[in-house]
Write a protein that binds this ligand. Structure first.
Ligand code: ADP
Ligand code: MG
Length: 382
């Protein structure tokens, strides 16, 4: 990230004396569609981030300049002051949610920019929210804990941006740590860091640049399937609240009571919860071949059991498999977006150029490639 440009613009608009903060986008290595089933996700912050320079201005207004959009806004901090620009609503929402939790926020000036690709599944919005949630907490010495900072970002999405997201993105952005992934239990919110330092491998995202319409209706249908399967199992095992509480054999007990479709959905989820645990074990042994194999199993499950893949993503996954990539799977809700790939360094250049050419030949447009390194999340830069 070019922080020089941000600083130059900041000084030209507001003078010296700003403080600089940053937070990051995120990947999720494994643990997909597990969040609403009370299972694990396994995200990490990445080396693509938002950077903001901030200084108090002695007024009750916020003046913000987005370097990437080359646009400025000014707004007050009361509920009715919501700006009309979408990008400014993230900032406004973070301020409002901080105030709702008893935090102090006074007028400030800011210039910010980022290099998290927008809408690619790397959560640029969480990076933006976490940067400002962290910065405001630090500047006004509100003493808000990190989990609440993540919740401030999540509530911003819910209440000011119309996105009913879970906690994973903001959690990863706030808690991210260089060289570590974080296993988050979505039921208890307990979390644990695991080392992720794949020497000799690269993490590469291949963005199909497609988004199929199906996504939101299919998402609701998947949730309902999972709830029905969990309810059926609960009759035999009252301690079950979520599919993540279920043993595989408990699902077999209700095979004749639920639809074959619900059965397949539940089979995927129960398998995926276990795969997260298996990947954590493998990481503690430094065994990236097993990590990769689990990623392929997840893709198979998402494609054939959970049925949230699409032609483009299956193509990318198969191409990776046939070209010696260690692990590959669709990342995110499905029906488009990226695959995440664990690629041996010696295969990297060839894989990237070949996958570009093969995808373009089949689908008529180039995929985008993003290399990512697991990095620190929300922090003060100077
Ligand atoms: P993503 O999957 O990347 O989070 P979203 O649609 O949730 O996609 O969030 C993208 C939005 O976040 C953008 O439309 C913009 O409003 C805001 N945003 C993200 N990064 C920046 C940036 N660098 N500058 C200004 N706004 C940004
Ligand atoms: Mg987002």
């Amino acid at each position: 990230m070019n922080t020089e440009k941000i600083h130059e613009k900041f000084v030209s608009l507001y003078g010296e004396g700003g403080r600089t903060y940053s937070s990051a986008g995120r990947i999720n290595l494994i643990g997909e569609h597990t969040d609403y089933n009370g299972g694990y996700v396994f995200p990490g912050a990445i080396d693509k981030c938002i950077v903001a320079e901030i200084k108090l201005n002695g007024t009750d207004k916020v003046r913000a300049f987005s370097l990437d959009y080359d646009a400025s806004v000014e707004f007050g901090m009361a509920e009715e002051d919501k700006p009309s620009e979408q990008w400014a609503c993230y900032l406004f929402g973070v301020i409002r949610e901080t105030i709702k939790r008893g935090g102090v926020v006074k007028g400030f000036d800011t210039v910010f920019a980022g290099d998290v690709p927008l809408g690619a599944g790397l959560s640029s919005s969480a990076a933006l929210e976490s940067t400002f949630a962290f910065a405001i907490n630090d500047i006004f010495e509100n003493g808000i804990d990190k989990f609440t900072l993540a919740k401030i970002g999540q509530s911003t999405e819910h209440n000011y941006c119309g996105v009913k997201c879970g906690i994973m993105d903001q959690f990863a952005s706030v808690f991210g740590r260089k060289g570590s992934l974080i296993r988050l239990n979505c039921k208890t919110l307990e979390y644990k860091y695991f080392p992720f330092d794949p020497k000799g491998y690269k993490l590469v995202l291949v963005d199909s640049c497609v988004k199929h319409e199906l996504a939101s209706s299919a998402y609701n249908a998947r949730r309902e399937s999972c709830e029905r399967a969990a309810a059926a199992i609960k009759k035999n095992h009252p301690e079950v609240d979520f599919l993540s509480d279920c043993k595989r054999v408990w699902l077999d007990e209700v095979r004749d009571e639920i639809s074959s479709e619900d059965f397949l959905r539940a089979e995927y989820v129960i398998g995926e919860v276990q795969r997260v645990l298996d990947v954590c074990d493998a990481l503690e042994r430094n065994d990236y071949e097993i990590v990769g194999e689990m990623m392929y199993q997840t893709h198979f499950g998402l494609s054939k059991l959970y049925e949230v893949s699409c032609e483009e993503l299956d193509f990318l996954n198969k191409f990776a498999r046939l070209n010696g990539v260690t692990g590959s799977r669709v990342m995110g809700g499905g029906f488009g977006g990226c695959t995440i790939n664990l690629v041996k360094e010696e295969l990297y250049s060839r894989f990237v150029s070949d996958v570009r050419a093969a995808f373009a030949e089949k689908f008529g447009h180039q995929p985008k490639i993003y290399d990512v390194v697991i990095s620190d999340g929300a922090r003060k830069l100077d």
